[in-house]
Write a protein that binds this ligand. Structure first.
Ligand SMILES: Nc1nc2c(ncn2[C@@H]2O[C@H](COP(=O)(O)OP(=O)(O)OP(=O)(O)O)[C@@H](O)[C@H]2O)c(=O)[nH]1
Ligand SMILES: [Mg+2]
Length: 260
């Protein structure tokens, strides 16, 4: 259980254990007391998780209402650290600059480096540092919004903290989650971290320029993503070479409230 983020699970499964030796003595009274205490703690933790998610959902609802009112297409970019979210965003903003009002919220545990990279494109960016936190939540986004010009009628990109687990559970009020998987991470990530790929509408398979140097099997990775989420759309892309950028930009434009 991660109390920092409330992403704990009661579905923990430990595989490949040695068979347990049956205790010779009957189960002691002490063991019953330990079991009762564990059950009580589990109940308390589940309640805490429910409270955290309930509170998050009410802020997410308020954010979503605001985005709809102001005609802002908001995307939540999620991935492992280093898959290329900021590099992709910089290139995307360059492609969209001057066509729509744009803004970015950056999430990292520490530093303002990603927000600085975004600002260098001329697009306003607010950096949220989560400290020990491993994801953004809806209240953080709500607090960041008044700190920059609202991109009314345009697009707001939220780059989540690099983490393929916790951000899956937190609605920020976005229109859709976009998961970035880079080809250096291995094909198996959709199967190992299914919640994230299930929560996303689109997967950007990034760093495709590196494929000639790797043994990464693109079809296999895509079939794994579709196994956990049959409706996921996939775009092969490279933030460095620019391949796939046109398809990604078209996808973004199709998602706008008036679809252009
Ligand atoms: N070859 C190649 N490198 C890339 C591509 N996209 C990003 N990179 C490199 O990958 C590294 C990480 O990129 P970032 O954009 O900082 O990744 P990120 O997902 O924003 O990282 P965090 O914010 O730390 O989670 C940098 O060295 C980028 O230059 C790509 O398409 N191809
Ligand atoms: Mg980044």
């Amino acid at each position: 259980m991660c109390l920092t983020c409330g992403c704990g699970s009661d579905e923990v499964l430990i595989r490949g254990r040695k068979p347990l030796n049956k205790p010779k003595a009957p189960v002691s009274f002490k063991l019953h007391r330990v079991e009762a205490k564990v059950a009580e703690d589990t109940q308390r933790i589940v309640k805490l998780e429910q409270d955290i998610l309930h509170k998050n959902d009410s802020h997410a609802k308020a954010n979503r209402e605001l985005f709809v009112q102001q005609g802002i297409l908001t995307l939540n970019l999620v991935s492992s650290p280093g898959s290329g979210k900021t590099t992709l965003l910089v290139r995307t903003l360059q492609a969209l600059h001057g066509r729509y009002p744009l803004a970015v919220i950056e999430g990292d545990q520490q530093t303002e480096q990603d927000a600085d990279r975004i600002r260098a494109t001329g697009v306003p960016a607010v950096q949220i540092n989560t400290g020990k936190g491993c994801h953004l939540d809806a209240q953080m986004v709500e607090r960041a919004l008044p700190e920059m010009p609202s991109p009314d009628g345009g697009m707001l990109f939220i780059e989540n903290v690099g983490n393929l687990v916790c951000p899956a559970g937190f609605d920020l009020g976005e229109f859709a989650k976009v998961v970035v998987l880079s080809v250096t991470e291995g094909e198996d990530k959709p199967l190992k971290y299914p919640d994230m790929f299930r929560a996303a509408d689109l997967m950007l398979l990034n760093k495709c320029d590196l494929l000639p140097y790797l043994s990464f099997d693109v079809e296999l990775a895509e079939s794994y993503a579709r196994r956990v989420n049959p409706n996921i759309r996939i775009i092969r892309i490279s933030a460095v070479s620019g391949d796939g950028m046109d398809e990604w930009v078209s996808w973004l434009e199709e998602q706008r409230p008036n679809g252009s």
